[in-house]
Design a binder for this molecule. Structure first.
Ligand code: DGJ
Length: 743
């Protein structure tokens, strides 16, 4: 609900779980007075601005103000939302209020993915309020820069967040160089007046160690995370949260922001002194500048602000539901995904038609539904040194082409899927010989290779059209039900051969706009194909790509124990069913660890389930055991896809977030079922203290059965479940409870 008091110059965005209050001060500046628990249907809130008065004559008042659209000048020293260098050479941009408008619905963002109305589960969301968007226009009277800020409360089943974006238009007579165009900034009220400080939480990592949770005290100054790599990256994720030190999974205030974008980004917390903390997120201002000619506009990516008054659990529920129900358009969004077997760890580059058909036959006999041919099928690709760009089958390995292979795989009893890496080009490829300047590059400077390859310049329309063309031909040429869209290196010379110097710093963002155009075109033209994104594992696990491809390969590390941290961390923001997650062989190829099959199956089942091993070298007994787990995965997949996910015990040490604990547990639940999985990484002596976990979301007076015992909901939640692990490393307990009538 949007409540407006023109007299009091106040806008109150009242959601089910939060209020966000905006106010225009006497100087026409837009202030963010409040973002926390819902305040009820009132607009008598202007008094809140009295807390921002300045007590010292040395301080500049603007530094203390919760400016909704801060910029350089006037005594503001934090992270600007907007900054533009004007014709006078200064970067002063002072945005003051012009007007507001409320529109029904939520307009899509030009060229960028964004959230939409939750129309996916019909009935289930019948109580969601129809969307309304508040648009506030600010302008810099000197340069003529106009900022149109958009705010929509987006809701799915009573869980809601605030979607924010901005369109900058140059209404002045001279070009303006945009140097900052963040998507959102917001303020944490009473940052210290409650006597408690704040902590910052984000998802940090590296290749094979993606999205580990970092939680650290926030002091005065700026705390900034970013990616400059032209991808959201393995190293950081476009998400940042602030919380009280006492916040847990079920308790305390958490303020968080996620960005619906897949390229370079920045997120920061700025604490000028003890009164406010500013949280901001948007495009990376180091890597992106944009020259806005008179009359032109620039649209920022969308940010999603989520406040939770009940800890990180509620925050994740909100992100999960908004991303599940308000982000993607794929027909697969709410369909059970086929259980797949991927050829990569089974055969790497030594793959051929016969192996594929044999694997597909064996897979079908075990209940697997989709066979995926990974890298190595095209051009002269026998290792990673060549052929990216030559997207025609290698007829020595695949004599009947992709069409013939797909037919044989289908006949063997599974669907057929294929790996591609469309954004890349190998120097040793026919494509590169034909178009040596189609890669990103900076004039005559060295073109840095990564995994022996260069990146195509997707800022160029002809390159986008080439990708759309070959993908359309490929997908039309054979019965292909699934595409794994990989991207295996980051940008090093993010510049374009066709761009004039004053627009070169736009290339990274123009690349992303090009990529989104390509993805939008292809996924719309082939709506029945399931797309999974990948980037050397989880190097582009973000909401921007999830808008087009409903699942993403979470990590190249397929070791179940390593995956506990990766998947637990990823679940902070992203729904579990969006994580591609496979059982691989033992010893594991990345860490050489041997892990029981039950544990490998439970971890893989906790995402979009698949296998990544050589079925042909397994014994009959091993295949039977594996087939039983495949059966279980089918039994649980709807619950895992649609249920609420709760983290019960963290694999990260609570204090340092660096060391590991010896218990990790999570659960999936809906109104009538609960699936709990607990993992103990290291074996302990039989007389060690048993572990106990406390299931959540049970009805107090309902009874639940695990097939052997019957439990009263309140008893289970209050007294917990005692876990009995097998005496081995990386042991696992799986408990499935169903609500029963006990008469
Ligand atoms: C990186 C991916 O993460 C792997 O799963 C695999 O597809 C390889 N690329 C293939 O080159």
């Amino acid at each position: 609900m949007i409540l407006i008091s023109p007299d009091q110059r106040l806008f109150h965005l009242l959601g089910k779980t939060f209020s966000y209050v905006l106010y225009i001060d006497d100087e026409g500046r837009l202030l963010d007075l409040y973002w926390k628990d819902p305040l009820g249907e009132t607009t008598d809130l202007a008094y809140l601005c009295s807390q921002y008065t300045c007590s010292s004559s040395f301080d500049q008042p603007a530094t203390r103000l919760p400016l909704e659209a801060p910029s350089v000048g006037g005594g503001y020293y934090g992270t600007p939302l907007v900054q533009a260098i004007g014709p006078d050479g200064t970067d002063m941009t002072q945005l003051t209020y012009d007007s507001y408008q409320v529109v029904e619905g939520k307009p899509a963002l030009e060229g960028l993915p964004s959230l939409h109305e939750s129309d996916r589960f019909g009935q289930r969301f019948k109580d969601d309020a129809p969307l309304q968007t508040l648009k506030i226009t600010l302008s810099d009277k000197t340069t003529g820069l106009k900022a149109l800020l958009s705010y929509t409360i987006v809701e799915a089943g009573g869980r809601d967040g605030l979607a924010k974006s901005m369109v900058l238009t140059n209404q002045g007579p001279a070009p303006l160089l945009l140097t900052h165009m963040d998507s959102a900034c917001a303020y944490i009220p009473d940052a210290a007046s409650s006597g408690e400080s704040l902590e910052v939480v984000h998802l940090k990592g590296a290749w094979a160690r993606e999205r580990n949770i970092v939680r650290t005290p926030l002091g005065q100054g700026t705390y900034r995370i970013d990616s400059k790599r032209g991808a959201s990256s393995h190293e950081e994720n476009p998400f940042l949260a602030l919380c009280r030190p006492s916040a847990t999974e079920v308790y305390g205030s958490v303020w968080s922001a996620g960005l619906i974008y897949s390229g370079s980004f920045e997120a920061a917390c700025y604490v000028p002194d003890a009164v406010t903390a500013q949280l901001s997120i948007g495009l990376n201002s180091d890597t992106t500048r944009w020259l806005l000619e008179p009359g032109q506009s620039f649209t920022t990516p969308e940010a999603l602000l989520v406040y939770s008054g009940r800890g990180f659990g509620q925050m994740s529920h909100t992100f999960h539901d908004l991303f599940r129900h308000c982000l993607g358009h794929s027909r697969w969004q709410h369909k059970e995904r086929p259980i797949l077997i991927n050829s990569w760890e089974a055969a790497y580059f030594t793959i051929n038609e016969e192996k594929c058909v044999q694997m597909a036959k064996t897979a079908a006999s075990m209940g697997i539904e989709l066979f995926v041919l990974d890298d190595g099928w095209f051009g002269a690709r026998n290792d990673d040194t060549s052929s990216l760009g030559d997207w025609y089958p290698n007829l020595q390995k695949f004599p009947h082409g992709i069409k013939g292979l797909a037919e044989r795989v289908n006949k063997a009893g599974t669907l057929f899927g294929l790996w591609v890496e469309p954004e890349m080009i190998s120097p040793n490829s026919d494509l590169c010989r034909a178009h040596p300047d189609w890669c990103l590059h900076a004039g005559d400077r060295k073109r840095t290779l990564g995994r022996n390859q260069l990146i195509l310049d997707l800022s160029r329309t002809e390159v986008q059209d080439y990708i759309i063309g070959f993908m359309t031909d490929l997908l039309s040429s054979a019965s292909i039900s699934y595409i794994k869209w990989d991207m295996n290196r980051n940008m090093t010379e993010p510049f374009s051969g066709t761009q004039v110097p004053q627009h070169q710093m736009e290339t990274q963002h123009r690349y992303m706009l090009g990529l989104y155009r390509v993805l939008d075109t292809i996924t719309s033209a082939f709506p029945d194909v399931l797309f999974e994104s990948c980037s050397g594992g989880g190097g582009r696990f973000d909401a921007g790509l999830l808008a087009y491809m409903p699942q993403a390969w979470a990590s190249d590390d397929t070791d179940a124990r390593e995956r506990l941290k990766i998947q637990y961390g990823t679940s902070l923001v992203y729904p579990c069913y969006s994580m591609g997650s496979h059982i691989s062989s033992v010893p594991n190829h990345q860490v050489n660890r041997v892990t029981p099959l039950k544990t490998r199956a439970a971890v893989a089942m906790s995402g979009s389930f698949g296998l990544e091993l050589n079925l042909l070298t397994m014994t009959e007994e091993e295949r039977k055991e594996m087939a039983a787990w495949i059966g279980k995965a089918k039994e649980y997949r709807r619950l895992i896809m649609e249920g609420d996910f709760d983290r019960l015990a963290s694999p990260f040490d609570d204090k340092t977030y660096t060391a590991s604990t010896n218990l990790c547990a999570w659960q999936f639940s809906n109104d009538s079922e609960l699936l709990l999985m607990a993992f103990r990484p290291q074996a302990e002596p039989s007389n060690a203290m048993p572990y106990r976990v406390y299931p959540r979301g049970l009805e107090d007076d309902a009874y639940y059965s695990d097939g052997t015992h019957t439990y009263l909901g309140r008893a289970l939640a209050g007294a917990g479940l005692v876990l009995t692990f097998d005496p081995t490393d990386t042991a696992c307990v799986i408990v499935y409870l169903k609500k029963i009538n006990k008469d």
